[in-house]
Ligand binder design. Sequence first.
Ligand code: BGC
Length: 766
Amino acid sequence: MHNSTSVKIISCLSILLMLVGCDNSEKNKITIQNKDNIINQKVDSLLALMTLEEKVGQMNMYNGFWEVTGPVPKEGNAKTKYEHLKKGWVGGMLNVRGVENVKKVQQIAVEETRLGIPLIIGFDVIHGFKTINPIPLAEAASWDLEAIEKSARIAAIEASAAGINWTFAPMVDISRDPRWGRVMEGAGEDPYLGSKIAKARVKGFQGDDLTKANTIAACAKHFAAYGFTEAGKEYNTVDIGASTLYNSVLPPFKAATESGVRTFMNSFNDLNGVPVTASKFLQRDILKTEWNFDGFVVSDWASIYELINWGRAKDEKEAAKIASKAGSDMDMEGNIYITELANLVKEGTVDIAVINEAVSRILRVKFQLGLFDDPYKYCNLKNEKENIGTKLHQEEALDIAKKSMVLLKNENNLLPLKKEGQHIALIGPLAAEKNSPLGNWRLAADDNSAVSVLEGMQAYSKNILNHKKGVNLIEGNTTFFHKVKINTTNKNGIKEAVLAAKKADIVVMVLGEHGFQSGESRSRTRLDLPGLQQELLESVFAVNKNIVLVLNTGRPLAITWAAKHIPSIIVGWQLGSQTGNAVAEVLYGDYNPSGKLPMTFPKSVGQIPIYYNHKNTGRPDNNASNVFWSHYIDEANSPLYPFGFGLSYTNFTYKNLKVKGSNFFINATVNVSVDVSNSGNIKGKEVVQLYIRDVVASIVRPVRELKGFNLTTLNVGETKTIQFELTKAQLGFYTNKGVFIIEPGDFEVYVGGNSDAKLKTTFNLE
Ligand code: BGC
């Protein structure tokens, strides 16, 4: 502790400890339940010491304002924020990072305010911090929960070493619309996979013990239904029915609460006419009451203010009233609570109980993080120096990057490439890119710090490598804050690229989207290869058909022409810091691809939303020759590549799908087994997937639903029997009233390597 004011916290905390009658030695013996009780008592005691303004202050979060290397801000908004901080009117800050910077704001909160309540320091640690891991959608393609957890763990280690104690992740929004740029931040379209990944990510960030200095509070966002934004357009309206809400949207959020996530973020969308920031139904009735969530809800950036734009509140005052009553506990950079809430309480419009509850939730998380025991626990310069961007973290980033790649096509075994004696032309605007592969949401990373595909491949083999860009994808530079400008005119490099392709045995083309073409506010109406890349691809194809397409993207793309003509296609997403090394290792076969698509790839934009777990309709595909069934006249119903799809350099065969028994009581566990063999020539890893169909039910059920998966490694010729258990949790569903039920009747089971699996059996529940 640094000066006399800090004595206040110490004395305040000792009063608190006296109040709860517990000393340190007793503390070690207590159970988790007791720990919770003690924290709750501490919260109550602290609350009793706070003025109304200090309470409202805890509900106020500001974006970083402090020019740490410069003087204290003198002007405008920054000055007000600084003064508020000194008065104890700020509960949390975001976008302040680095030990020195965090310590400066924390010191003001702790040492200069009346009660010395520490700040919670948030940041968008979405897929890494300094070391950048693959974008979340890519990681989801690994279906490797351990690796995903590890990736979040590393992100937490680095972020916490830089002073951060709260991440605005994981994003657990299910989405069926690749036009929406934020699909890159989530786990794709499926609620079962999404729930498993939500749990893994929360566990990775929060670890087993939140009081450790290298664990941080996680935040399940965006609550809820943001992924269903109409037409895939950002910040748009959401109108969905109860069965989609309960069965597809909410499960990953519920899973996050089950793994102890400490915070939730609401979002920018409405849900059936109610902006979710104002939704009591979501925030109080479901989250805090039904799910018993005892952490806090933060608004999305100024989403409380936006209630005015939605036409839900006439002014700031009404926005503050509606949002606080609905259960939004903290106002992120909206400046609404801090200006309105105290008066609303004083005039009797908002009950002080609403404020007390919100503040208790916020303080509880701060206690749980151990910030009252040591507000500077995340401010250790040595730790910062030693634990950010380490070699080990880079190795882990490489590991998950390899696991995230998805092989879509490999005609004539063009891949893996031979390591010697080949003349390779490496073509495309993304081949030498060092910035785009970092993807969006990489605010703490150094620009241009990714290993490019060119660098990775150069380092990997003795082949002749002739690199030609072909065309520029974007014009000039681009950043998180700017719209990318796509090059649609300058074709000068195509000739050169074609010439290089002519001379090559194999052409590797690295095409796709720039990392800043997906992410927040990056919706697209087209899902083709942007700019002049299609023209480049076809020009090269005209002279050399041996093309391996490495598709860099933050969303599914409708690469229909490529899927038809290009012999080998592998999805390389945006794989983070180690992109080039991962791509080289996979292309050269030292890692056998094992990823599977977490989102359907459409044939055309017109098919969207297209997702595997759709309902059957009254007129499903009946192969009839007439036109009166559910389909398009100009496009098939089937996707380009289905959910769960991904090839390997070996082959897997499935046999002997069995259910142990055929009739079960409604609450029984159904055991399913299948034999999976590696029938190819090299060792490989397969994601064995199990889907069910509830054939007749009181509400229409999807044609298939993923209910189990198993990531298994098989040597050449090896066969393994993979077991699955189906319990009530997998066999039931939510009614339109949100009640989870399980109904008797026939079930179909499909097991295989993607959502179109053909191997089938059945059983019955009675
Ligand atoms: C995004 C959130 C993010 C927040 C803070 C918002 O614009 O929607 O996902 O956590 O900004 O950066």
